[in-house]
Ligand binder design. Structure first.
Ligand code: 3H9
Length: 697
């Protein structure tokens, strides 16, 4: 047998090995190979038992996701699992690494399962917009019951082998570290014991009743956040109570609904893009070593970056202006660990030990003179940043990487305040920096590749999704955000209520709408930003923020003042609309002479998406983002964009770039300053291409 599956013999044991690096995904060749191997095993009178094992680092980690969305090629994975189960002689699956999704499903098709104690098993399909569709919803309940099945399916978590043993998902745990030898030894033992074929689907299963399934469906719908696969998984699980062929057919019907959905396409795009985003030109360059970093500023951002660095195993020198500010910085840092300590995930002693061994607090820049990387998180003003960088330049050792956490200022201008612009880059963290996954690595005109590579290395150490950005106002994320926030403001002035806009955006899948987000961030931030740019404002460009300025003057700054667009009396995190908002907006419309008009949620989203897509296309067209997928990952990991829609560029492809361009051209008639079509968007429409074509280029 050639191909990724081989059939060999060890005495009377057939050893079926899967060799399809890197993760032995169950692509067409592997599926066909497994069916052929089972046929050979059944026909091989000298083979009494078979062992299926993965070569290399793992047992199959699932179906080959890259085949999704392409024309199906047989044999289908559910049929492969069933073929294994229907073998006429016993079959053992010997698991190591990560046996996930279809990988676990074929092992449940086998009659016996042994796993290395370091192995992890799981059914993570929920994260791909589907659920286990190769008999997993039929076989898992027979092994571990419905309750546990739905728990691991809905969480998608990786279950460590010892726990899987306790559940009954596997039969034996082995510690030898050699899955093939352990599988063969277990097979020998089974033969000696006279163990026979033991088909999972033949096992008895108790029916928990219709009410139980209805309650499970209701609970799943609550967790789903717009995804259909949560409830469909429960529907499919009912198939476990049917005769096996009928049950498998039932699972397939529900599975295909998810598999063919745009939700699955969005989630799979996110899966591959999350990995592709790290493939930047600098990835081939050796980063500079990182052991100790300096953080300037102990506010929310500085303390968050410090916690992220400590969690990554780095030592940190935190510098603040004076002893009082240093003490506040330490308190902020400790606060970041408070809930971990309260929940028992970390002991107070461990926290104290971490701080004692890895932290230095100082009000003197010289304390950072030995740091490999220094990042500042001080006030967002160019003069302040330049002064700070001048001071860093004076003390940093040669070769240290100098980073700014600015969220929109020009990195090249900041770099010019030092004698070593080649060592400067932007590292834009998102608040809270120890929790939010996004990190924009902003590469300046003079930044050396190895300096950018060090930024990515830091991101990897911190388990961030690091996205490469060029220099522009707001980089990738905030630059695009500014546009869709502006269009939301324009719609408010023109007649839409901020509450309807928030509702429409939530229904699209965001956890919160733009005005809720403004309340959370604090409306003073936008106000200061507008003030900072007031001198350069083009009087021909519509302002659109008069009502926001009014709110600022009233002290309605959002959650921090317990009132903004919503009322947060008593420090609540959410609340009813502030009754003063609509009169304030109406007064503003009157002042502007605007005759308010009706907006539907559909029109709101058309404008919101058009603004987002247009700016994103400019960001890609100008080379600020390397590819559309970099924009998608920025939106997903930093801005709450719903993962199941894949990201703004993926979604735009799905809607149709021609449709979005037509919308932009329609809106352009009202306001040609704001709605100038992005050249890249026009070009793609003319060429009949999609953003996805640029990802694959
Ligand atoms: C399924 O099984 C459906 C069935 O129920 C029903 C069917 C009818 N396919 O993550 P890494 C690639 S759905 C194709 O960097 P790690 C990955 O893109 C599947 N490719 O490594 C990367 O490529 P590149 C259910 C895959 O060590 C390379 O392998 N299973 C697949 O950090 C290394 O990956 C899952 O959802 C795949 N299934 O983590 C598991 N998996 O080098 C998905 C990986 O070109 N996989 N690749 O960038 C994972 O969670 C992680 O990859 C794993 C390893 C934990 C296995």
């Amino acid at each position: 047998m050639s191909g990724p599956v081989s059939y060999a013999k060890d005495g009377d044991i057939a050893v079926i090995s899967i060799d399809n690096p890197p993760v032995n995904a169950l692509g067409q060749g592997v599926r066909q190979g497994l069916v052929d191997a089972m046929d050979q095993f059944d026909a091989d009178d000298s083979a009494k038992i078979a062992v299926i094992v993965g070569e290399g680092r793992t047992f199959p980690a699932g179906a080959d996701i890259s085949e999704f969305g392409k024309p199906p090629t047989g044999p289908a994975l559910p049929d492969v699992a069933t073929r294994i189960e229907r073998a006429t002689k016993p079959v053992v699956a010997s698991i190591h690494g990560t046996s996930l999704g279809g990988g676990l499903e074929i092992s449940m098709g086998a009659h016996y399962r042994i796993a290395q104690n370091t192995a992890k098993v799981g059914l993570p399909e929920i994260h791909l917009g589907i659920f286990p569709g190769a008999g997993g919803m039929i076989r898992a309940p027979k092994l571990i019951g419905f309750e546990k099945t739905l728990e691991i399916v809905h969480s998608g978590r990786h279950v460590k082998a010892p726990e899987a043993l306790g559940m009954g998902l596997i039969d034996v745990v082995d510690e030898s570290g050699d899955a093939k030898a352990a599988g063969i030894a277990y097979a020998k033992k089974l033969l000696e014991e006279g163990a026979g074929v033991r088909r999972t689907t033949d096992l008895p299963l108790e029916n928990p009743g219709k009410d139980w399934f209805d309650a499970a469906r209701a609970a799943a719908a609550k967790k789903a956040r717009g995804l259909m696969n949560f409830v469909e998984a429960v529907n499919a699980a009912e198939g476990a109570l049917m005769p096996v062929d009928e049950g498998m057919k039932h699972e397939r019907e529900h599975y295909m609904k998810c598999h063919m959905s745009s939700q699955r396409a969005g989630m799979v795009h996110a899966f591959f893009s999350e990995r592709a985003v790290a493939k930047v030109p600098e990835a081939k360059v050796e980063p500079r070593p990182l052991k100790q970093i300096g953080v300037i500023g102990g506010g929310t951002m500085g303390a968050g970056i410090t916690a992220a660095a400590l969690n990554a195993g780095l030592s940190v020198v935190m510098v603040e202006m004076n002893p009082e500010a240093v003490a506040r910085g330490e308190a902020n840092l400790r606060r970041n660990y408070a809930s971990s300590v309260a929940k028992g995930r970390m002991t107070q002693e461990a926290l104290d030990g971490l701080i004692a061994s890895k932290m230095t607090f100082s009000d003197d820049y010289a304390a950072m003179s030995d740091c490999d990387l220094i990042i500042e998180a001080v006030f967002e003003k160019m003069e302040v940043k330049k002064e700070v960088f001048g001071k860093i330049d004076a003390i940093a050792k040669p070769g240290a990487v100098l980073a700014s956490n600015t969220s929109y200022l020009n990195i090249d201008e900041i770099a010019a305040a030092t004698s070593r612009p080649q060592d400067v880059l932007g590292l834009h963290f998102f608040s809270p920096a120890h929790i939010m996954r996004l990190l924009e690595v902003v590469v300046g005109e003079k930044t050396l590749p190895e300096v950018a590579a060090t930024g990515f290395a830091l991101g990897r150490m911190m388990k961030k999704v690091a996205v490469r950005s060029g220099v522009c106002d707001g980089f990738i994320g905030n630059r695009i955000l500014a546009k869709y926030m502006t269009v939301a403001n324009y719609m408010v002035e023109d007649g839409a209520s901020p509450y309807l806009i928030d509702e429409a955006v939530r229904e699209f899948g965001y956890p919160m709408g733009p005005f809720q987000m403004g309340d959370l961030a604090g409306l003073d931030i936008g106000y200061f930003n507008r003030q900072g740019k007031a001198a350069d404002r083009n009087p021909n460009v519509r302002y659109g923020a008069g009502f926001l300025d009014e709110m600022y003057h009233k002290g309605w700054l959002g959650q921090k003042t317990e009132i903004g667009f919503y009322d947060y009396a008593g420090g609540a995190r959410s609340g009813p609309p502030n009754p003063g908002i609509m009169p304030l907006i109406e007064a503003e419309r009157e002042k502007l002479g605007v005759e308010p008009r009706e907006f539907t949620k559909e029109e709101i989203m058309r404008r919101y998406i058009a603004a987002m897509t247009n700016e994103a296309a400019k960001v890609v067209g100008e080379g600020i983002a390397l590819r559309p997928l970099d924009v998608d990952m920025t939106a997903l990991f930093g801005y709450g964009y719903p993962r199941w829609r894949g990201g703004p560029m993926h979604y735009a492809d799905e809607v149709g770039l021609d449709k979005i361009l037509a919308d932009i051209r329609e809106f352009e008639k009202e306001d040609s300053h704001f709605w100038t079509p992005a050249p890249l968007l026009v070009q793609l429409v003319e060429e009949g291409k999609k953003f996805a074509d640029l990802n694959n280029a």
